[in-house]
Design a protein around this ligand. Sequence first.
Ligand code: AMP
Length: 467
Amino acid sequence: MPAFASLGLSAELTRAVAEQGYSQPTPIQAQAIPVILAGHDVLAGAQTGTGKTAGFTLPLLQRLMNAPAAPGQRRVRALILTPTRELAAQVEESVRIYGQHLPIASTLIYGGVNIKPQIDALRRGVDLLVATPGRLLDHARQKTVSLADVEILVLDEADRMLDMGFIHDIRRVLALLPARRQNLLFSATFSNDIRQLADGLLHAPVHIEVARRNAESELVAQRVHPVDAWRKRDLLAHLVATDDWRQVLVFTRMKSGANRLSEYLCKAGIEATAIHGNKSQPARTRALAGFKAGTVRVLVATDIAARGLDIEELPHVVNFELPNVPEDYVHRIGRTGRAGSSGEAISLVSQEENSLLAAIEKLLGKRIERRIVDGFEPGLASPPTVETQKTVPGPRQGNRRDGSGPNATARARGQSVATARPNPPPATSRTAPQTASASPRPSGRARGTEATAPLPAVFLAPVRRGG
Ligand code: AMP
């Protein structure tokens, strides 16, 4: 695989790429970048997780820089259309990241939000616009945007745009563009409708096809373990230990959460390291080397930190917290089950995250199996309080799943309980009902108590000191 620098990108762009920690272009990038730089139309078969966004964003920025706009004369010269606002936001963020050393102005346009700030941004002058079709047409009707100077058009996830019924909007947008322009069409699938759209849009396109990278591959077994937020870390430690996971990439949303979780796992005798933007490059490199070599069993990362990590084909990826953006779920689990090896993507989902889970399932177009782990039933036990911390239930203590046990009354009163259950069942997994059971629990305490809850007995030894 060629290096980024040999693909024809400027020093500013290769620097931005290096700052993301990317060492090698992905296959789609290696193929698409030179072709786009040469000015060809492209028909690319690539899905989320392949690195396609950088595959078109980098050469697009380069082409804009090859003929920069005169100061004070910015016009929309590149237009990227996406099916959803989430994808639009992600793509525009990529534009900002890769274009951070370039004098290029981009903005984001999508519906469902106040149009006024978008009008203001357009008025200030924009070189590159990322938009969803409907709101873009609203602007065109109000004459708050001109598309008469567009030199490059990208249709990202064109198949999803058609699935979502945007074909007429797309055609209306195309009618507003100058006839002479470069067109790039990215799609994960090629239905007849896509081919028809491509035939009418692209001129002598170069076809690029890269293998599926991720997720929706049958090789990745996806599973949700419904669990109370405050018990997630115990459940994670339990799964790592009982299922004897050797190499697990765990995603958290926040850096602080990544740190706390890795410290907790270390105290439970599981070698873990957090990797995130606040860590120095040598520290990140060390953590990654340890993970690859098997001395670090669990690598805890935030989405941003994981972006540049050169690790894939992992046996286990765990979503300790679901991402806010459903596409990130696909990126995350795309790290496992690649190139013929099978993998497991496991999400620990608390009741508060059910709407995020629903959005992910909508994106995937399928339901993910729920499985409650015995002893970790949602609502089974109350979060520990200061008084009960010393006797907080481990995985096998607490109340009955139906909420009718002896603790239910105490919970209803908002009290903490720490009642041991005699003769607990073995800790095995089983399929859960349709939705996570959700007994009431006192709210607002889960996170606050997370850092101080003692370990479940099963993990008290061996303990690595000072970890
Ligand atoms: P995409 O398919 O564009 O949604 O990108 C998937 C993920 O791959 C994103 O998190 C990117 O930040 C990351 N990525 C893009 N290019 C590279 C690269 N050359 N090396 C490593 N990661 C990359």
